[in-house]
Design a protein around this ligand. Sequence first.
Ligand SMILES: Nc1ncnc2c1ncn2[C@@H]1O[C@H](COP(=O)(O)OP(=O)(O)O)[C@@H](O)[C@H]1O
Ligand SMILES: [Mg+2]
Length: 251
Amino acid sequence: MEFMKIYIRNAYAGSFFNRKILLCDFHITINKNDTIILAGPSGIGKSTFLSIIRGDSNFDGTISCNGSPQIRFVSQPLTIDTGETVEDAIQFAVLSNLSDSPHSADPFRVSRKVDKWLKSFDLLDKKKMKISQLSGGQKRRVMLCERFVEQQDQYDLLLCDEPDTGLDIKSQQSLHELMVRNARDNRKTLITVTHNLYPSNLCFYSKIILLGYGKRGIPTVRYFGPISDIKRSFGTTDFLQIFDKLMTVPA
Ligand SMILES: Nc1ncnc2c1ncn2[C@@H]1O[C@H](COP(=O)(O)OP(=O)(O)O)[C@@H](O)[C@H]1O
Ligand SMILES: [Mg+2]
């Protein structure tokens, strides 16, 4: 089912007289429950792409949606209070989700929900630890878990900007697996920006968007589709070669 149709003629920054075109000339349709990787060279416009979808960037074009989707954004820097325990952080998020007031919530039910979420982000054994004592990967999982849980019924689209920065390849894999599984289980559409284009990360996602230079020498969407069809488009699955092509203005 179609979720969001995006047509961008020009997306730009700056004032009218000092305008810089950041992305141009693309048309894509995102379906409900798509789980999408967004990739491309540094500075090509990945974060800009997310800000267009969030409505924080100026553009000529149209974005049309089925209804008015709520969007949640997980920014690149870690934003989490590291003084509290993992349990406290997730409990707070779970409580924010309940229709009854936190004081009248059934503690047993809340604790079961907290455990369910901690388990789904592989954090159950870290429950009593202070967030400041966790590794980078674990902190990131707590932050993502928190974003997934908070007002869970109130968003349809989750945008994550480089959530795997600074993690080893194994922790990246488990982070992506958990994110995609949680998005699927909760029927969210997910777009994740990453530079870590390993098969072990990509395999969980349904599609990929690749940004690169377009015919006017301005960044655009050079590929959008299933990861398995990349070879047909670029003649290779080697991202070093694909990035060379993305950096080259097409003839
Ligand atoms: N507000 C702005 N004013 C001028 N240029 C900007 C602004 N925001 C982003 N840019 C430029 O847009 C380009 C894309 O940036 P960004 O979307 O952050 O790239 P990425 O996330 O792919 O690394 C960069 O060249 C950046 O300098
Ligand atoms: Mg960026």
